[in-house]
Design a protein around this ligand. Structure first.
Ligand code: TXA
Ligand code: MG
Length: 315
């Protein structure tokens, strides 16, 4: 079993040796390895059982080191970076040869993120290489937002997990690129469209669905519990059954099989609870399926709905 702790020196030593470890970020926990060491990166794919055509995000401590890894940062992305990084945002940028092809799955662009979690920042500052890190869950399953989530699923496969507490955002980073003076959103996430609109109104969704290998992160059946998940626009809490689990937004009941993402309808709280509550419902023995209620399509509600839709899309 992986050791869980806050020893950054030990974590850095393991990474130096080419090991894979669990790391906290403000979005979700990651499964990290030296991004410049292809042998270490291969281990990430093996542990996650992730197909090699699905590229990894490269985490760096600050913008100073960016020129080592990417050829250039286009102007709108530079503005987003100045305003919102470190934070829950990932940039697709033209990669330099130093980044191994296995990291970007052979694509010209590499995904780069500067996380804001203090322990992750400290770790990144203490090592001379960037960290490739996907979310620390088996491929297709719900992302982890605590060290114990990582321990339960991947603890046998890694030596160490840095405990950074609960992820403060709870949902993965927003992924963007720039072309033709527009920002393209490839994945909805922790940074809202409304925030990007402070920079430009030229924003387009480029969220390709299903089995398109050009956009592998958008594969169906992502973020999914093992139990079947159904979606509803509105759940009536006076009609709940004992055999199903319920996930709602702003609704109270006394049933054990009903969890509410945020009784006072706060979208940030809902994002923090989303993956944890899906895991709890997935683990409840008395229920055989889960019904989730869609949230308002604003702010983090969009990203949460995106995850819920993907979690049920294979049905
Ligand atoms: O918040 C996050 O982004 C977390 C934390 C750990 O940083 N990471 C994360 O990684 O969610 P992962 O691997 O679970 O999701 C990364 C997504 C995948 O859908 C992948 O296809 C996409 O980013 N991606 C990575 N590199 C890409 C590239 N070069 N071009 C297009 N998509 C890319
Ligand atoms: Mg993931």
């Amino acid at each position: 079993m992986a050791e869980i702790g806050t020893d950054i020196t030990l974590a850095a030593n393991l990474l130096h040796k080419g090991e894979v470890i669990g790391v906290p970020t403000e979005t979700v926990y990651g499964l990290a390895a030296n991004a410049l060491n292809p042998k270490a990166v291969v281990k990430i794919f093996e542990i996650k059982k992730r197909p090699f055509f699905d590229p990894l995000i490269v985490h760096i401590p600050n913008t100073d080191v960016l020129p080592n890894y990417v050829k250039d940062v286009p102007p709108l992305l530079k503005m987003v970076m100045d305003m919102f990084s470190p934070g829950p945002i990932t940039y697709l940028l033209p990669k330099k040869d130093l980044i191994p092809d296995i990291v970007s799955s052979g694509l010209e662009n590499v995904a780069i993120r500067i996380p804001s979690h203090p322990l992750m920042s400290k770790l990144l500052e203490s090592i001379p290489f960037p960290l490739a890190a996907p979310s620390a869950n088996p491929f297709g399953y719900i992302s982890p937002t605590t060290a114990s989530h990582v321990q339960k699923q991947l603890g046998n496969d890694i030596p160490y997990i840095i405990d950074g507490g609960n992820s403060s955002i709870g949902i993965e980073s927003t992924i963007i690129s720039e072309a033709n003076e527009k920002i393209f959103i490839h994945r909805l996430g922790g940074l809202n469209i409304e925030d990007l609109e402070k920079i430009t109104d030229k924003i387009e969704l480029a969220i390709v669905s299903s089995s398109n290998p050009e956009a592998p992160g958008q594969l169906d059946s992502h973020y999914a519990p093992r139990k079947p998940l159904f979606l509803k626009n509105n759940i009536d809490t006076s009609e709940l059954l004992n055999t199903m689990g319920y996930l709602t937004f702003g609704k109270i009941s006394t049933l054990d099989n009903h969890l509410d993402l945020s009784p006072n309808k706060n979208l940030s709280d809902a994002a923090i609870h989303l993956f944890d509550y899906l895991r709890i419902l997935d683990g409840m023995e008395q229920i055989d399926s889960i019904v989730a209620e869609l949230l308002p399509e604003i702010g983090l509600g969009r990203a949460i709905n995106d995850r819920l839709r993907r979690a049920c899309s294979s049905l």
